[in-house]
Design a protein around this ligand. Structure first.
Ligand SMILES: *Cc1c(COP(=O)(O)O)cnc(C)c1O
Length: 364
């Protein structure tokens, strides 16, 4: 049996007819950018998340950097962010000239809220919380600190569509929630896509201006914006997938809970589940000290796996200028050296998962 870490074709085949009907309808409509599909998707996605406004964008990275741009965070400002995130979170900060201040992760792979306050300086302007792998961060203390120090709160929800903390959906805690619809995400498009959600009417209006060359009125440009528009085809296809989101999330949860119950091998550690968090299991991430041997063993048996992520941002070549080295954030580095994401995707069969579980349990 050959098992890949992700099978995006399965997610397509599941709702193939609906996707194809929608794609044809959009192609025949003659409207391809900023039309009725985008408008409808924005309404539906805002309702899904429980926010007042949604603005469709071209990618998750655009959502992040435009969020900080609109909040007025740039050169000389510091933003707290967890050290074990995907590098796009950090780029969202640095594209604006602001400085990322890294904070070690907790045992759930989210930002360690115990260490947050100690990292706040006069220059701190915001906290970027990343709900990594689909599990919500601990939000109470984060919100308290934002109030206490007058900080903005941005959420990176690229991996947490529909995930909750204390019954509240991620993306609704902060000033702006940033989403990606990259094909491999839980709510994936068939190309690039992204969005922000907010309860602030002014932020939503600004975002609509920024995504379209800084213009509210055609050819009248108020600010230097970007071209970051979610297109009609992606929006239409996302609307189809969004209608099935409960089912898709349910699949992720079922697969994860079977791994949790049936994986049993002291050579690796299973992910920990935060009590107040209802994860959507974007990734199922184990940790293994003999990771190289484990991945070789798995691939011998036809099982693919991915490392999310092998190099923490502070050690990547792109961020050498920040001046960190090995040992700067030991826990983030340990995670980078030991994490491994197991196959988990919508449309994964019981037989496929049994095979993965069996091989993993027999690793010695
Ligand atoms: C995917 C991802 C992004 C970036 O999204 P794109 O749409 O690929 O630009 C940002 N942050 C996290 C945590 C992600 O997983």
């Amino acid at each position: 049996m050959q098992i890949m870490p992700n099978r995006m074709d399965r997610g397509y085949l599941k709702y193939q007819e609906e996707f194809e009907t929608k794609a044809l309808a959009v192609l025949r409509s003659g409207r391809y950018v900023l039309g009725p599909e985008v408008e409808a998707f924005e309404k539906e996605f805002a309702a899904y998340v429980g926010a007042d406004y949604c603005v469709g964008l071209a990618s998750g990275l655009d959502a992040l950097w435009l969020a900080f741009r609109i909040l007025g965070i740039g050169a000389g400002d510091e933003v707290l962010v967890q050290a074990n995130t995907y590098i796009a979170s950090v780029m969202g900060i640095t594209i604006n000239g602001a400085t990322p201040v890294f904070v070690e992760p907790d045992e759930y792979y989210n930002i360690d809220v115990e260490q947050l306050e100690g990292r706040i300086t006069e220059r701190t302007k915001a906290i970027l919380v990343v709900h990594l792998y689909g599990q919500a961060s601990c939000m109470g203390p984060v919100m308290d600190l934002c109030r206490k120090y007058g900080l903005k709160l941005v959420e990176d929800c690229a991996q947490s569509h529909g995930a909750c903390y204390d019954g509240r959906t991620t993306g609704t805690f902060g000033d702006i929630g940033c989403f990606s619809f990259y094909p491999s995400k839980n709510l994936g498009a068939f190309g690039d896509g992204g969005a922000i959600v907010t309860n602030d009417e002014k932020i939503a209006a600004d975002m609509k201006m920024y995504r379209n060359y800084g213009s509210e009125k055609r050819y009248y440009n108020k600010v230097v914006g970007a071209n970051s528009r979610l297109d009609e085809l992606q929006a239409g296809l996302l609307r189809v997938r969004l209608q099935h989101m409960d089912e898709i999330t349910g699949e992720h949860r079922r697969l994860a809970s079977r791994y949790q119950k049936e994986l049993c091998n002291e050579r690796f550690a299973l992910p920990r589940v935060r009590e107040q968090a209802d994860s959507v299991w974007h990734q199922y991430v184990i940790r293994c000290r003999e990771r190289e041997r484990l991945t070789a063993y798995l691939s011998e048996h036809g099982i693919g796996s991915i490392i999310h992520y092998p190099i923490p941002p502070h050690l990547s070549e792109a961020y050498q200028y920040l001046g960190y080295g090995r040992g700067s954030f030991p826990l983030a580095e340990e995670y980078a050296d030991t994490v491994l994401s197991l196959p988990l995707y919508s449309g994964m069969t019981e037989e496929e998962q049994s095979f993965v579980i069996d091989r993993l349990n027999r690793f010695c």
